[in-house]
Design a protein around this ligand. Structure first.
Ligand code: SAH
Ligand code: SF4
Length: 363
């Protein structure tokens, strides 16, 4: 088996079967995978980890995704939406600490009022930070026109997680109601790319019913779609969701972490110069989870900069990290002793090299 993995890693192209073999690596073989991902990361994107200050803007959501604590039918959380001033204050504090970029994430709301509020927030962030802070959005499915307005207001990256790229699994983790359409989500991802955003998506790893073959398909989808960035998250149950029963996937949390690390490394190997986000969910599963993902090929983290009083309301999954202020002496919050040679990209946007190449901005 070991020889098999080493041989596959020498290839330039990878089939579905190759990827499945890589995903099956045991701890020993996985070290080869991480080592190869580390070489490719250093060569194509360098060893700087860039920061996106995460603002959990609102937990109000029109959707009912089965895995998520913000789902419409969860009556056990207090709903909130930040005011423009609160969100701006969080951004300004992060900017002063050296953050070059923020992500505004929240429930999915399709209304004119919401579109106006976000447009105004983007403009005010760009203006008050002298255009120094880059803005990523993660606000779900919207009309093409809304994406265009937000892009024109100054947001330049959009993260729309597909969670599972195959129709069958997607429909198992989303209720088949009128708000939820596999086709619409894919059409939105295409619209985001066509609008001009650096386009990101994300996967949930270790979902109930998910197979290694599904995960290999996911990686092939990302490659064929030519994605600019991706967030890899282990799936974590939430007590208030239909999927919160635990263990039904057959993947224990430790295995999900291991699989997420392997997915991160394989994605780095097959897509080389994209941005890969080490998710906060990694840290919820393992206190060194984010560092492990960086060693496996990730180059972005999203420290939480949401005002502390709102964090209790944004529990998307169990074990979500305790609320903490950013430590000015170590704004990334990473344990850098575990990451020799890694630098933190303060005051930088940290755009995906892949996007620049895709847009012919670099040769
Ligand atoms: N509402 C938007 C923005 C992101 S929602 C959208 O759905 O596109 C919050 C994100 O948290 C989800 O995309 C998902 O990736 C993550 N999340 C939700 N429930 C989770 C769970 N049980 N385990 C791990 N991540 C989860
Ligand atoms: Fe809403 Fe996003 Fe959670 Fe789905 S994943 S319920 S759209 S916040």
């Amino acid at each position: 088996m070991k020889k098999g993995i080493a041989g596959i890693l020498l290839q330039k192209e990878f089939t579905h079967e190759d990827i499945t073999v890589l995903l099956r690596s045991d701890e020993e073989d996985a070290k080869l995978l991480y080592a190869q991902a580390a070489i490719i990361k250093e060569k194509y994107v360098g060893n700087t980890v860039y920061l996106r200050g995460l603002i959990e803007y609102s937990n109000v959501c029109g959707k009912n995704c089965l895995y998520c604590g913000s789902r419409r039918e969860n009556r056990n959380i207090k709903r909130y939406t930040l005011s423009e001033d609160e969100a701006l204050e969080a951004v300004i504090s992060a900017w002063r600490l050296g953050f070059g970029s923020v992500t505004i994430q929240g429930g999915e709301i399709e209304s004119d009022n919401h579109a106006d509020k976000i447009e105004s927030l983007i403009r005010v962030i760009r203006e008050k930070t002298n255009n120094e802070v880059g803005v990523t959005l993660s606000l779900g499915e919207q009309e093409r026109d809304v994406y265009r307005r937000w892009y024109n207001a100054g947001a330049h990256r959009y993260l729309l997680r597909l969670e599972a790229t195959g129709r069958e699994l997607y429909n198992k983790i989303h209720p088949l109601d009128k708000e939820n359409h596999y086709e619409k989500r894919h059409a939105c991802l295409r619209a985001i790319k066509e609008t001009g955003f650096q386009t990101g998506t994300g996967l949930l790893i270790g979902l109930p019913h998910q197979t290694l073959s599904d995960l290999a398909d996911d990686l092939i989808f990302l490659r064929d779609f030519d994605i600019d960035m991706c967030v890899m998250s282990p799936f974590i149950e939430h007590t208030d969701t239909s999927e919160g029963t635990g263990g039904i996937s057959g993947f224990f949390l430790k295995e999900r972490l291991f699989l997420t690390l392997k997915m991160t490394a394989i994605l780095r190997i097959i897509m080389k110069d994209i941005n890969i986000i080490s998710s906060s969910a990694m840290q919820a599963v393992d206190t060194e989870g984010r560092e492990k993902a960086i060693l496996a090929g990730a180059n972005i983290i999203m420290p939480n900069i949401t005002p502390l009083k709102y964090r209790e309301g944004y529990k998307l999954y169990n074990h979500k990290q305790e609320s903490k202020e950013i430590d000015p002496a170590n704004v990334s919050g990473l344990n850098l002793t575990l990451l020799p040679g890694t630098e933190i990209g303060l005051k930088k946007w940290g755009d995906a090299t892949h996007y620049k190449r895709r847009k012919n901005l670099v040769l």
